[in-house]
Design a protein around this ligand. Sequence first.
Ligand SMILES: NC(=O)c1ccc[n+]([C@@H]2O[C@H](COP(=O)([O-])OP(=O)(O)OC[C@H]3O[C@@H](n4cnc5c(N)ncnc54)[C@H](O)[C@@H]3O)[C@@H](O)[C@H]2O)c1
Ligand SMILES: O=C(O)CC[C@@H](O)C(=O)O
Length: 303
Amino acid sequence: MIRILAADGMEASAIKNLEESGFGVVNEHYELPELMEKIKEFDVVVVRSATKIREPLIDEALKTGRLKLVIRGGVGVDNIDVKYAEEKGISVRNTPNASSASVAELAIGHMFNIARHIHSANVTMREGKWNKKHYEGIELSGKTLGLIGFGRIAKEVAKRADALGMKVIYTNRSGHKPENDPFRYVTMEELYKEADFISLHMPKLADRPYLIGKEEIEKMKDGVYLVNTARGGLIDEEALCDALDRGKVTAAAVDVFKEEPTKNERIYTHEKISLTPHTGASTVEAQLRIGEEIISIIKTFFA
Ligand SMILES: NC(=O)c1ccc[n+]([C@@H]2O[C@H](COP(=O)([O-])OP(=O)(O)OC[C@H]3O[C@@H](n4cnc5c(N)ncnc54)[C@H](O)[C@@H]3O)[C@@H](O)[C@H]2O)c1
Ligand SMILES: O=C(O)CC[C@@H](O)C(=O)O
């Protein structure tokens, strides 16, 4: 029997479907020392972001040679040593399309939050305070939204922001402007200068510790709003807090952290940050689509 480890959970309907199709599924999260042993018993490991598939773990799996496929139920494969796994004959797949709308909606939700202090008002009202005079916000309508990265998620954000009356500009790595693109391609420097809101939608950098630090923040408009639903570490957390403290950045929204769960008290207690614990893809719909993609990957792989 082909055995699958769902190391960070999997949609119940996907588990049922796979079991009914004759696969053996273990839905269990193991911490690393135990996983080093357990991994040898599986043909497939499915992970989200919590489990890291690094070289030493792959080496353990190779001792029985059973592991053939690692699936990231999600987009970013930065928690998997992809090159190493593939060199050793272990295939790596992800589910790139399933969560774009969910992440885009979260980014837009965070923009409303920080434009209107919703995150802060929720906290102070629960403390019994009526801080109406502190909470004058701004409209999103008419503001310029700069998207860094213009792939699947950013395009979903752009459509929604456009419908809200925002002007959308974007930059990406390739510098490629698709034909008939209704949004304006700009360089990173132009984006920093022009955007009232900046939202990140690109992978983690392999060659630098972060994309946006003190120097990059200085190039932005005074009072800019920053949203990161892409990857922790793209924005230097200390530089962000400093910029929030001195008002250079009005407010920020953060779904992803350098370390998860974050232990950076400065970040998770900052009243100018709207926070979510990496829930970009955590919707019923995205998880159902991810489950369906996982079923299809496994069945095709072992057909
Ligand atoms: N918060 C969440 O739960 C969640 C969920 C899904 C994805 N994500 C993150 O969102 C990211 C984007 O996902 P996607 O599906 O839109 O990916 P995608 O591959 O469709 O798009 C990525 C975009 O980033 C651009 N890019 C890459 N490197 C760049 C660089 N150095 N500078 C500027 N642009 C660069 C690419 O040109 C492309 O336009 C993922 O890499 C993942 O880390 C987060
Ligand atoms: O598994 C998750 O919930 C996060 C997924 C997200 O970071 C991704 O890259 O798809």
